[in-house]
Every structure is written in structure tokens, then in C-alpha cells.
Design a binder for this molecule. Structure first.
Ligand SMILES: CN1c2c(nc(N)[nH]c2=O)NC[C@@H]1CNc1ccc(C(=O)N[C@@H](CCC(=O)N[C@@H](CCC(=O)N[C@@H](CCC(=O)O)C(=O)O)C(=O)O)C(=O)O)cc1
Ligand SMILES: N[C@@H](CCS)C(=O)O
Ligand SMILES: [Zn+2]
Length: 764
């Protein structure tokens, strides 16, 4: 008999209950007891949803982030939050958010505010975790209370559980050394705490523990390979069975290592690495369980159950009871329930599966494997009918779009002239001062803006009233920027629910959900639009708003678009054609928008590629192929403009060094980037490569509630000027300001504009 299990379930709730509960608690509008109760309710709901599984996860629920949970379990708190006198959960939020909750304010005198932990992307997903901070003196001390509490809840409910933890090697690998020490030196100190944790779980009656080691799908040098051996040889004496879980990619050269670690079972991602499964079985010792992730945990299409069974049945014969099946990874990365959707086109809805539906699919597979396909004939037939309808749908395939992509030549992505030739033309037209100031696009998305959009969507506000509210917001943003004395203005993106979903809503070939929320970080969620068919832009998407904004000012107004690679990477995309093909289709649509903006007199156009770096394959050997089509897509979207039109791009992350050449090939006139937290170190990469165009190194860390001082920003820019000629530098924040409040933004930008003036006086 095959065993079914799940690696993790979304914890935000089908109606984002956790988001609202957290934000209410953070605002002091509800108590810690109410928040804890909400946590229990959500966990109970999640276990109810997973009742049919042989093993359901426990410990996957988190009030903010599972990596931060692991840090607390390991007693590994940043120095700056130790000795906090209030509730442990408040201290947890201090690390996550860098500020106190009202409840923790009682301790303001003894436990003042702290810097937030750094956030970064969880492998190649759009989920952000809080980065563990290591130094040579880092110590660990077990605190299993959270896990034991959740375990007891599950056991009381009669759930057949499998606690989930981040494995020790991945935990070290995804953290950062703060003092240049080698994180691997901490392994001997870390492993005894893991051993103690596993034995504590065993004492509570746990048989299996899922220990997540996605680091195994990346290229590992000898030291990290050795760390895997050391870790699991030490943990093998623990009294639980370990299911070592890998996901998001292929084991490749790590297959031998993974197969032979002394654990009871191995989970692999059979969506990303189906070809690797049979060779892995040949390597796997005969006593080990092999869990195959056969349902895609990263996308929302129905699984082809018949094809999956065609592939699985011989493996089931071969492995017998050693075969487990599951989604490929935690379902954290997909929305909760397709059944919530009331407005999705019925045909498209019939092609989809969210978390709850994916578990139903898993059940059908298990039934078919355990009792024969006839036991689930109706479900299999319905599944085949849905897939057939998707394949044959004329809405998916638009020959004219495919033809347009096939006609793309390299020249389409080339500017008329080199940067050196076009820069003086742009300067003459724009008449900007040295160290020009600008912002990245969005201004605060206030509760009023969100409410107006919600009312509009619900029919409580008509289109002209909605337009009036948005125009008033744009007017406010323009007035504020003029008062601040910024040089290149933005309209503020009030009308956008999200920088990707907004475009998805307007492009043909996209569908969008009402409740398809996925956690991005903490309480913040995104609703990735669903790219189901060939992409066409029926009409301009941003021109009217930009034209309106430009009409309010004589300063240059930046057109604001999201680039094709970012739209692709932050959407649920079709799996019936290569990503590169979908990306080029998006590139053609954005190109039309760029040309329409130019035609409307917009002289500066920013095309955000915030997710270009995140989309890099986890293995370096696959980088070139990705970068080739990603950069080409950007170039196609951006570079059809005249010399006089200035193209900006923005990337809000700081690890560029490895891909600098590709960034330069995009040939944007100006790139704005995150650098303030890294103290301008990032610019070393630009310096080494002699990045030829203009750069706006972000000087205002928008993720922090702290007010940046003028002196700090001047100092950062002076560091920048040591690496990049002053005449090619811009002054701007790190990223958009949508998550901040106006009272924070105004003083910060005042300081930024003052910093630019000082720089002009001293350096220009
Ligand atoms: C730059 N970032 C982005 C990423 N991915 C994206 N797809 N988009 C991004 O901008 N990845 C990396 C980072 C992640 N950063 C963020 C930052 C902020 C958010 C965020 O604030 N998300 C919002 C949801 C935004 C949204 O789509 N809002 C909608 C719906 C609003 C709503 O809930 N309305 C209510 C009623 C009104 C109310 O009571 O508030 C309703 O309809 O019931 C909109 O504006 O229309 C969030 O709230 O989490 C995400 C990622
Ligand atoms: N233009 C967007 C970019 C975010 S990465 C914004 O300002 O929010
Ligand atoms: Zn950004």
C-alpha cells in the first residue's frame, strides 16, 4: 500500500484570516490570546483539510516564517533581542519586523526597538524568510515549546502527524555570517540541539520527522557535502525515523549522497526531476522509503492523473510499501481553495487545482495505486476531460501571437544608438541637475485606496467615482513630490492592486482569482495572476493614468511598467510551453505599452525587473540559458524607443555580482537598485565591470520604519561616488513606498532631497 503525506499547508487561511489577525494584533486592536486562538483554529482547519492523508504535517504553521520559527526552536536569537522581558511571541515579532507591538511597548524603557532581521527569497520562490544571523560565537539551545504545543494539539485531535523542521545543513546554508566566520564551523554546536529535538519528539510518540534539506538540489562543494554526511551520521542514533525532504529542483550529482545518508526515507521533487527518479531508485538502499512529489506544489494546474499513474504504477510495483506520494513541496506556494472562487471563468476553473484540490488529486492517485484505476474511474475520466478541454481550447492558442514571437529578431531588442550617444540627447531634453532625485514608483497604498478598489470591484463604487478617487490620490502624490523638490516624478501607482496582478488583469491570456492569495512575507500576500494562454494586449494599460499625472506637472513624469520577466516569475504560468516563449509574448505586449507611452510624450519610462534575479535557476549550469532569454525579453520590451527616451529599470535585491554582465546587456539608461543595507558594497560589482550607464543606488531603506538621516544618505552616496562617476549617479530610495505611511515617507524624502543638494554643492 502506498502512503500519502503532505510537506506543508498554507497557513494564511482561505480568507487570509492570519493576515488580518496579525495586523489587528500589531495595531493593538486584539490580544495575544485572540491571536493564539486564531492560530489554533487555523491549524485545526488545516488538519481537517488533510484528514485523508496517512501523515499530515505539524509545525508547518507559523505566525510569520518557518525559518524564524526554526531559529527560535534552536534558541538562536539575534543578540539584540536577547533579554527581552515581554511575551516570547512579541520578541519573535521584534526580530521579524524590527518594531514593537503595542503590548511590547510596556517594555520600551528596558527593551527598546531593534533592527529587523534581514529578509530574503526562499530558494527560487516569491516567499521571503528571515535570514539566520551567525557569528563565530553563535550558540544554540533547544526551545521545543512551539513544536510540542502544536504536536499535542494534533495528537489530541487524533491526527497522524509528521513534524516538519528545517534541516541543519540547509539552516546553516541559508543563513549569513555577520563576522566573516565559516558557518560550517557551527555544525558541531548545532547538531546536538537537533539530536535533542528529535529525541524530544520521539518521547512524545512521534515516529516520523520530515527534515527539509532543499539545499541538496543546489551545487555543493566538498565541505557542504561533507556537512551532510557529518550531520546525518550524528543524527542517525536519534529515536525517530527521518524523512529527508528535498524539493524545488534536481539532485543530479548529489543523488548518491542523498540516497546514502543514514535516514529512513527520502523525498524528491518528481515534478522537477522525474528523469532522476529511476536512477535514484537504483542507488537507494533497499530498506529506505522513497517519497515522490508527484503533484506540483508550485503551480495551479490540474495534474494529469492518468499520465502520472502510467509512470507511477511500475514504480509502485518495484517499491511496494516503500513508496510514498506527496505534493512536490510544501503547498505554501499555492492558494488554499479553488472552491472559494465565484468569478473565475468556469472553463478555466475546470483546469485548476489549489491546495485542497491538490490533496484530493493525491488521494485519487493513492486509491488507484492501492485498489486499481477502476476504483477511481469517474475521477480519472473527469480529470482527462478537463485536460483535453485545456489542450484544445482556442482561448489558449492564438496563432497570431505565436507568429509575432517567431518574427522577433535580435534587432528588435537593440537601441538605435549606444548609451554614450543617446545620453547627451536625453540630458538636453530632461535638463536634470547632477545627482537627480526620483522614487521607485509606488507611494503609500492607504486603507482608503484599498477600500475604494474593494468597493469598485464589489459594485459599490462606479467606474467614474473610482477613477476620481484614484486621480485624487495621483494628484496628492504629484503635489507632495513637487513640494519636496524631486526631479523626476512618478504617479504613485495608486490604481494598482499589485505590480504584476494589475497587468495580468488587463492582458488577454490571463485569468485572475478573487481569493488566490499566497504568502509573500509575514502578513503580506500576493495574488499571482494565472497565465493560461497566448498573451495579447487589447489596449493600453497605463497610458491614461500617466498622461493624467503628467498633465499635473511640468517636471518629467516617469511611466511605470513591470517588465516581462517579473510578470512571468510572479504569475502562475502555463506548463504547456517553455517559460521563455511566454516571456517573449509578454515582452511584445510590454513593448507596445512602452511605445504608446513614448507616443503620448512620456520621456522617462521605468520597466521594473524586480524578479529577474529571483528567477535564476538554482544551479549555475542552467543560468546562461535563463539569462539569455530573460535579458532578451527585457530588451525586446524596452529598446524600441528613440534615443531621447530614457529607459530606467529597477531591481530590489542586492546580489548581482554573478550576473553583472547580463544586467549590463539589458542596456537600460538608468538602473535603480538596493544598496543601503549593504553599505554600497554592491557597487563593487558595478565598479569591477565598469557598468557603463547611470545608476541609482538606493539610499533609503524602505523596509525599515526608521527615518534615514540626510548625513547617512550623503555618506552612502559619497561611497557610491568613489566607485561610479558622480555624473552617472541618481539619488533614490531602495524600492517602492507602497507599504509605508505618508507621515514616514515625507520626512524621509525631505532628507533625501536635502542629501542630493549637499552632494551637488560638494561633488558636482
Ligand atoms: C515587491 N514585492 C512584490 C512581490 N511580488 C508581487 N507580486 N508584488 C510585489 O510587489 N514580491 C517581492 C515583494 C514583496 N512585497 C510585497 C509588499 C507588499 C505586499 C502587499 O501589501 N500585499 C497586500 C495585497 C495587495 C493587493 O493585492 N491588494 C488588493 C486587495 C486589497 C484588499 O484586500 N481589499 C479588501 C478590502 C480592503 C481592505 O479592507 O483592506 C478586500 O477586497 O476584501 C488591492 O489593493 O486591491 C496585502 O495586503 O498583503 C505584498 C508583497
Ligand atoms: N514600481 C514598483 C517596484 C517595486 S519592486 C514600486 O515602486 O512598488
Ligand atoms: Zn523594488
Amino acid at each position: 500500500m502506498v502512503t500519502t503525506h503532505n510537506l506543508g499547508f498554507p497557513r494564511i487561511g482561505a480568507r487570509r484570516e492570519l493576515k488580518f489577525g496579525l495586523e489587528s494584533y500589531w495595531k493593538g486592536q486584539s490580544s495575544i490570546a485572540e491571536l493564539q486562538q486564531l492560530g489554533r483554529t487555523l491549524r485545526q482547519q488545516n488538519w481537517a483539510d488533510q484528514a485523508a492523508l496517512d501523515l499530515a504535517p505539524v509545525g508547518d504553521f507559523s505566525f510569520y516564517d518557518q525559518v524564524l520559527d526554526m531559529s527560535f526552536t534552536l534558541g538562536h536569537l539575534p543578540e539584540r533581542v536577547r533579554g527581552f522581558h515581554g511575551e516570547a511571541l512579541d520578541n519573535y515579532f521584534r526580530v521579524a519586523r524590527g518594531r514593537s507591538t503595542p503590548a511590547a511597548e510596556a517594555h520600551a524603557a528596558c527593551c527598546a526597538g531593534v533592527a529587523a532581521g534581514e529578509m530574503t527569497k526562499w530558494f527560487d520562490t516569491n516567499y521571503h524568510y528571515i535570514v539566520p544571523e551567525f557569528t563565530a560565537t553563535t550558540e544554540f539551545k533547544l526551545d521545543a515549546s512551539r513544536l510540542l504545543e502544536q504536536l499535542a494539539e494534533a495528537q489530541a485531535r487524533g491526527v497522524k502527524t509528521k513534524p516538519v523542521i528545517v534541516g541543519p545543513v540547509t539552516y546553516l546554508a541559508i543563513g549569513k555570517s555577520k563576522d566573516g566566520s565559516n558557518r560550517l564551523d557551527l555544525l558541531p554546536r548545532l547538531l546536538p540541539v537537533y539530536a535533542q529535538l528529535l529525541d524530544t519528539l520521539a518521547a512524545q510518540g512521534v515516529e516520523w520527522v520530515q527534515i527539509d534539506e532543499p539545499q541538496l538540489v543546489t551545487e555543493l562543494d566538498a565541505d557542504w557535502q561533507h556537512a551532510f554526511n557529518t550531520a546525518y551520521h550524528l543524527l542517525k542514533t536519534c529515536k525517530v525515523k527521518l524523512l529527508l525532504a528535498t524539493y524545488f529542483g534536481q539532485l543530479q550529482e548529489n543523488a548518491y549522497l542523498a540516497a546514502n545518508l543514514p535516514v529512513a526515507g527520502l523525498h524528491v521533487d518528481a515534478i522537477n526531476d522525474r528523469e532522476g527518479v529511476q536512477p535514484l531508485i537504483n542507488l537507494l538502499p533497499a530498506h529506505k522509503v522513497l517519497s515522490l512529489g508527484v503533484i506540483n506544489g508550485r503551480n495551479i494546474w490540474k495534474t494529469d492523473l492518468t499520465a502520472t499513474l502510467d509512470w507511477l504504477e511500475p514504480l509502485a510495483q518495484q517499491l511496494g510499501a516503500r513508496l510514498w506520494i506527496a505534493p512536490s513541496c510544501s503547498l505554501l506556494h499555492v492558494p488554499v481553495d479553488l472552491a472559494s472562487e465565484q468569478q473565475l471563468d468556469a472553463e478555466i476553473q475546470s483546469w485548476l487545482a489549489f491546495a485542497r484540490q491538490k490533496l484530493d488529486e493525491l488521494q485519487v492517485l493513492a486509491q488507484a495505486l492501492n485498489h486499481g484505476r477502476d476504483a477511481v474511474r469517474a475521477a480519472l475520466d473527469a480529470n482527462q476531460a478537463a485536460l483535453k478541454s485545456r489542450r484544445a481550447s482556442p482561448r489558449v492558442n492564438q496563432p497570431a501571437v505565436k507568429l509575432a514571437v517567431s518574427k522577433i529578431t535580435r534587432d528588435l531588442g537593440r537601441r538605435e544608438s549606444s548609451y554614450a550617444q543617446r545620453a547627451p540627447k536625453q540630458a538636453a531634453l530632461l535638463q536634470l541637475p547632477p545627482f537627480p532625485t526620483t522614487t521607485i514608483g509606488s507611494f503609500p497604498q492607504t486603507a482608503e485606496i484599498r477600500q475604494a478598489r474593494s468597493d469598485f470591484k464589489a459594485g459599490r463604487l462606479d467606474a467614474s467615482a473610482y477613477q476620481a478617487v484614484m486621480q485624487a490620490e495621483i494628484q496628492r502624490a504629484v503635489r507632495e513630490q513637487e513640494a519636496l523638490g524631486l526631479d523626476v516624478l512618478v504617479h504613485g501607482e495608486a490604481e494598482r492592486n499589485d505590480m504584476v496582478e494589475y497587468f495580468g488583469e488587463q492582458l488577454e491570456g490571463y485569468a485572475f482569482s478573487q481569493f488566490g492569495w499566497v504568502q509573500s512575507y509575514g502578513s503580506r500576500c500576493v495574488k499571482p495572476p494565472i497565465l493560461f494562454g497566448d498573451i495579447r494586449r487589447p489596449q493600453p494599460m497605463t497610458v491614461a493614468w500617466t498622461r493624467f499625472a503628467q498633465s499635473l506637472t511640468s517636471k518629467p513624469m516617469k511611466g511605470m511598467l513591470t517588465g516581462p520577466v517579473t510578470i512571468l516569475n510572479w504569475s502562475f504560468v502555463r506548463d504547456d510551453q517553455p517559460r521563455s516563449e511566454s516571456c517573449l509574448q509578454l515582452a511584445l505586449a510590454i513593448r507596445q505599452e512602452v511605445l504608446d507611452l513614448e507616443q503620448a510624450g512620456v520621456r522617462v519610462i521605468q520597466i521594473d525587473e524586480a524578479a529577474l534575479r529571483e528567477g535564476l535557476p538554482l544551479r549555475r549550469t542552467q543560468w546562461k540559458t535563463y539569462l539569455d532569454w530573460a535579458v532578451e525579453s527585457f530588451r525586446v520590451s524596452a529598446n524600441g524607443v528613440r534615443d531621447e527616451t530614457q529607459i530606467h529599470t529597477h531591481m530590489c535585491y542586492s546580489e548581482f555580482n554573478d550576473i553583472m554582465a547580463s544586467i549590463a546587456e539589458m542596456d537600460a539608461d538608468v538602473i535603480t537598485i538596493e544598496t543601503s543595507r549593504s553599505d554600497m558594497e554592491l557597487l563593487d560589482a558595478f565598479d569591477d565591470f565598469s557598468y557603463p550607464n547611470e545608476i541609482g543606488p538606493g539610499v533609503y531603506d524602505i523596509h525599515s520604519p526608521n527615518l534615514p538621516s540626510e548625513q547617512h544618505m550623503v555618506a552612502l552616496m559619497k561611497k557610491a561616488a568613489e566607485r561610479v562617476p558622480a555624473e552617472r549617479l541618481w539619488v533614490n530610495p531602495d524600492c517602492g513606498l507602497k507599504t509605508r505611511q505618508w507621515p514616514e515617507v515625507i520626512p524621509a524624502l525631505k532628507h533625501m532631497v536635502a542629501a542630493a543638494k549637499t552632494l551637488r554643492a560638494e561633488l558636482a
